[in-house]
Design a protein around this ligand. Sequence first.
Ligand code: C2E
Ligand code: MG
Ligand code: MG
Length: 451
Amino acid sequence: MQTENIGNQLQDEDPTTGLYRREVVFSKLNEILQHKDQSPFVILIEIHRFKQINDGIGPLIGDRVIKGFSKRLLKAAPDDAIVGRMGGDGFAVIVSTKNDIDDLVSTIQEVSHRPFSLGGNVVVVNSSIGISVGPDDGENAYDLIRAADIALHLIDRKSSAVNYFDKEMLDKAQSLQLLENDLRYSVVLEQPDLLNALSSNQFEVYYQPQISTITKLPIGVEALLRWKHPERGFVSPEEFIPVAEEIGVINLLGAWVLKKACADIAHIRTTTNFLDLTVSVNVSPKQLEDISSFVTQVKKALLEFNLPPEALKLEITENTVFNSKRSEILTLAKSDCALFLDDYGTGYSSMNVLRSFPFENIKMDKVFVSDLFVESNDETEKGEKMICAFQSLCNALDLKTTIEGVETKEQAEFLSNLGCDVLQGFYFSKPIPHNELLNYLENIEEGCRNV
Ligand code: C2E
Ligand code: MG
Ligand code: MG
């Protein structure tokens, strides 16, 4: 038990775990900071994807995971540590700097990655850790915990990691906050009629051609969202999509992209000779959370623009596969639109994913192509061998391949000779707006480009 005074015990403890409650952690940390000779470490730990674990195995087992996790933290922490529960899946360990922090953090990481065996389920959790040290990173409990929280939330969620706060992080967090405000304003507040606003205003869908290595002609295009902010100019989707996911506007944006992409591809199929051109739309994991309404959205868009399901491809990344329920992906596959696995090779690169989900096409990430024939070093040579092995693997599994990021003729020839099915990259075209795509396709009709 952590509380010295039995009378206060129940008020101070989180009822599920017996750890200190959030408010108690704050007040105890403030007490420590009042002593000028004390410089505490604040270690914040957050379990990844706890909501999915909870939804997947049920809240009773979810609670047992939290209890088990808390017990392990208590055991790992020194006797004089303050160990608290800061929220559903967040914990704090506060220790004085006389402890060996690296040692403690490795122990916390080690115990938190050990699987839990509960009621016939084996549950493996991952966690991230953010650390701040007082009084340098904050003179009161609020600032110090916030500093550790900033460090924690700047960790790339694809990996389990430890991040120590530094002052530059504050600037980064503040500029993320500003971006978040702008995005919220642009998407939601400014416009009462969102869908019209999106099409006439700051958002636009660009298209990047995908070239068949057999016919040397475009067989599809990928729809890529663009945001042109009045003051910021173009903001990269890599910057704003994670924010849109975080603040919950990705579903609105995603629904709009889907509809616009279907409208534009239907127009192309009826006004050019590219009667079978397809469009690939990137799908965020958030859109899959309510899978039945997403599938309805897809069907409605196809119906509205009189498109067969083959006209639309849905791209999901490996990380989406891992962050979604298996049943969600399988339901999506039943929507009749083919699934593309995007950015393969940069996430978990699990071969099991290739085997257990019905993907039609695997898109290898552009990092493997970017140096090919541009630079010659050990990494480039390995990249080349990996593309060969990737193509053989997909051939064996009867999966089609798309290679992203093709920028030169040599790369295109090499990949084409290797038997890759589809190529995409700046060599053929950058992502372009709908009207430029029409010109591009018209020019191709006049003289085919050689791959
Ligand atoms: P992605 O789906 O893998 O898209 C391919 C990215 O590679 C695009 O970046 C494209 O412009 C870039 N690219 C294509 N060819 C080349 C090349 O030859 N060289 C180089 N250096 N880059 C090339 P973009 O448009 O910045 O999009 C980045 C990511 O943002 C996309 O990666 C996708 O994950 C996400 N994204 C874009 N639009 C949407 C959307 O509508 N919804 C969702 N959920 N995500 C989107
Ligand atoms: Mg994509
Ligand atoms: Mg990609």
